[in-house]
Design a protein around this ligand. Structure first.
Ligand code: NAI
Ligand code: MG
Length: 338
């Protein structure tokens, strides 16, 4: 088994080595292949995503990615390497689960997963502007909607979930979101054992705040999924705990939901749980090793139940990235918490 490791920028240099340590404790023979991407990479090598990185990622089929700094203004030669890598590896479904963690900021009973289309919508980079105006091109295709919808329903079935909620804005965008909605409902017809319902994205945002426990699987487009999943992550205890997996049929990219966290980068205090739990998703959904995935999830939960935590969870008695990771590794062989 091989893993392409890309730390990226900022706290990626701290949380990714932590997640690698956990993975190596479980799979000592795993081959690690290090590669570069991100803003620091652009400054050093003149590109945010070198061909060599794409080659290593394709050869490994499994990638662990930290985060890349993306300035909110155009920079010559820069584009988002993670969006490009998702497209290159055809990692077309972005799985973003939120589950209650025993910390004060989390919401008891929450357990949902957002399945976000990952290759199109407004994220294709097709944008133009002059001083007077700008436009961004939104792409929705039948093929991409079908494959992500099938992924959401298969995931629901395989994980004992009952309901899929299709989230869109077809009332305002009847052609693009209308197609997404129609195709998703067509796919739903093939999974009669799963309940299907739908929500407009603004209403979904309201219910995500007001009563998140009603959600099970949410199937949505790239932009809506990006926003709703950061919002949902708050109910799981915060961004520092939130994992994600970009999953295709042949390749997968595990990456925490959070970004480069420039305000805390380099201090050794970042919460590595999002990255560690992303590795658990890779084990469960790509390498098909659910027992190992469960051990990782139980170990993170176990460390938190025992009161170990980084500063983002609670400032009193907080420990650093490496110490928290040590606790998780110690607990990998422990009995799961109740
Ligand atoms: P961010 O997720 O980096 O940080 C938001 C807040 O959460 C900050 O206060 C940060 O300290 C905190 N935080 C994030 N990760 C944490 C962790 N592991 N432990 C403890 N606290 C943590 O989002 P922000 O500030 O909007 O973006 C910073 C940079 O990251 C930007 O350049 C943005 O483009 C990039 N970014 C990259 C992503 C990716 O590569 N997948 C995703 C999101 C943002
Ligand atoms: Mg995001």
């Amino acid at each position: 088994m091989r893993l392409c490791v890309i730390e990226g920028d900022g706290v990626g240099h701290e949380v990714i080595p932590a997640a690698v340590r956990v993975l190596k404790a479980l799979l000592p023979d795993l081959e690690l292949h290090y590669a570069e991407a991100g803003f620091e990479c652009l400054e050093r090598l003149g590109t945010p995503l070198p061909d060599e990185t794409i080659k290593i990622a394709e050869e490994c089929g499994a990638v662990l990615f930290g985060a890349a700094e993306s300035p909110s203004y155009p920079v010559e030669g820069y584009y988002s390497p993670i969006i490009a890598l998702r497209q290159r590896l055809k990692a077309y479904a972005n799985l973003r689960p939120t589950r209650y963690m025993p910390v004060s900021t989390a919401r008891p009973g929450v357990d949902f997963i957002i399945v976000r289309e990952n290759t199109e919508d407004l994220y294709t980079g097709d944008e133009s502007a002059d001083d007077m105006g700008a436009s961004a091109h939104k792409i929705i295709t039948r093929a991409a909607t079908e494959r992500v919808a099938h992924r959401a329903y298969r995931l629901a079935r395989e994980n004992g979930r009952r309901k899929v909620t299709i989230v869109h804005k077809a009332n305002v965008l009847p052609k693009s979101d209308g197609l997404f909605r129609r195709v998703a409902f067509e796919v739903a017809e093939q999974y009669k054992d799963i309940i299907t319902d739908e929500l407009l994205v603004d209403t979904a945002a309201y219910w995500m705040v007001k009563s998140p426990n009603q959600f099970d699987v949410l199937l949505t487009q790239n932009l809506y999924g990006d926003i709703l999943s950061d919002m949902g992550a708050a109910w799981g205890g915060g961004l520092g705990l939130a994992p994600a997996l970009n999953l295709g049929d042949e390749a997968a990219i595990a990456e925490p939901v959070h970004g480069t966290a420039p305000d805390i980068a380099g201090k050794g205090v970042a919460n590595p749980s999002g990255a560690i739990l992303s590795v658990a998703l890779l084990l469960r959904h790509h390498w098909l090793m659910p027992d190992l995935a469960q051990r990782v999830e139980d170990a993170v939960r176990g460390a938190i139940v025992r009161g170990f935590h980084t500063f983002d969870i609670e400032s009193v008695n907080a420990i650093g990235t490496n110490e928290f990771t040590d606790k998780v590794i110690e607990l990998l062989n422990d009995t799961p918490p109740v």
